[in-house]
Design a protein. Structure first.
Length: 380
């Protein structure tokens, strides 16, 4: 009986601790701070600026990187090989880059400008510091893990480490400061809508916010179960950004549509570098039909997996058939199957070694395609 009383007191004290800890976290990390850039900040490009920039180009090259947590190292290793072959940074080889979640982080870093207005970071630069950076990002003190029950009562990780890494790359850079044009999908909780953020204004009559890269990319890569949403004010509007990966994990179709609308008479080369193939996303939809309420529960439980797979399938279906609709599109997909053992949130040495081994597998299985792509990109 005494043991039961002690256990009850412990549970009550623990729940009280959780309540006050979560309130403290919300006050500290969920602040709505005004992040409106000063009037002197460079404006976003216009649609005419983009068209004029590439009026003498015969081809438009697009890089697409999907989400996948720490598996984001895989496409970076592939891009490093292309950089080695071409002697150029990845951001110099592509005219547009689009990425979801971890893909948005890598694309934005490769698009950052140095003091001379050139691409500051290569894919190899990111690879060199990747392990240290992801371990800094995916971190939280023991008491946070204890009081959130390892992510059940609140986000599993605190944002401090991730923000330090992003600030190290972006400093005070804004969306208008990127060298390579980027498209970043985010989910805005305030508007309850998916948004595609660009570094240009697609409508001459509309105005678009010039976000700081840290705010934008932090929000675009913040799954709610892992990190706090990115909350801020800009130009009088409140924004709460979260990772859109469950809805749009593969932004290839969005990137293709945007560039085709701007350059309907040019050849478009769309390069999708994956991080593990679709074989990691298994679900038997017959569960819903065969097992009633249990099947529905299984469907809801697996909805992130299902939505991600549907997104990937839809992109592949339409881009592979793009030429049938009058689009001059070369679709280059670099990926491999067999990534079931690669965990997206595990930064251990064993998981990272498996990820590097898989990247070597992708390089080996796609050697000819990578060499051909590097040659074509060099010519451009």
């Amino acid at each position: 009986m005494i043991i039961l009383d002690i256990l009850l007191v412990f549970i009550l004290c623990y729940l009280c601790g959780v309540y006050f800890y979560l309130r403290w976290l919300n006050k500290k990390y969920f602040l709505t701070i005004d992040k409106t850039p000063p009037d002197s900040e460079i404006k976003l490009k216009t649609l005419d600026d983009i068209r004029n920039q590439y009026q003498n180009h015969n081809e438009i090259n697009i890089l697409v990187l999907t989400g996948g947590g720490v598996r984001g190292l895989i496409p970076l290793i592939i891009l490093s090989k292309i950089e080695e072959i071409t002697g150029k940074k990845a951001g110099e080889l592509f005219d547009f880059m689009a990425g979801t979640s971890t893909g948005s982080v890598n694309c934005a870093i490769m698009a950052v400008a140095d003091e001379n207005g050139k691409n500051k970071y290569s894919a190899q630069n990111i690879v060199d510091n990747y392990l240290d950076n992801i371990r800094t990002m995916f971190s939280a003190p023991w008491y946070h893990q204890f009081l959130t029950l390892f992510g059940i009562f609140g986000p599993r990780y605190l944002p401090d480490g991730k923000l330090n890494v992003l600030n190290g790359y972006f400093s005070n850079s804004c969306l208008s400061n990127v060298v390579t044009n980027i498209l970043v999908p985010v989910y805005d909780v305030v508007d309850n809508s998916l948004k595609i953020i660009r570094n240009w204004m697609p409508n001459s009559k509309a105005t678009h916010n010039n976000y700081t890269l840290t705010d934008l990319i932090n929000g675009a890569s913040n799954p709610p179960m892992l990190f706090f949403p990115q909350s801020f004010m800009i130009n009088g509007d409140k924004k709460i950004f979260i990772d859109p990966g469950v809805i749009l994990n593969n932004p290839a179709e969005i990137a293709l549509m945007n560039t085709w609308f701007m350059f309907p008479n040019k050849k478009i080369r769309l390069v999708l570098i994956g991080n593990g193939g679709n074989d990691v996303m298994r679900y038997n939809h017959q569960h819903v039909a065969r097992f009633g309420a249990y099947g529905l529960f299984q469907y809801l439980l697996n909805s992130p997996v299902i939505n991600t797979k549907l997104s990937t399938d839809l992109v592949s279906e339409y881009i592979h058939e793009a030429n049938n609709y009058g689009l001059d599109v070369e679709f280059v997909e670099i990926n491999s199957d067999g990534a079931q053992g690669l965990l997206v949130g595990d930064t251990s040495d064993s998981n990272m070694d498996r990820i590097r081994q898989f990247a070597d597998k992708v390089l080996t299985e796609n050697r000819e395609q990578i060499t051909k792509l590097a040659k074509n990109l060099s010519q451009e």
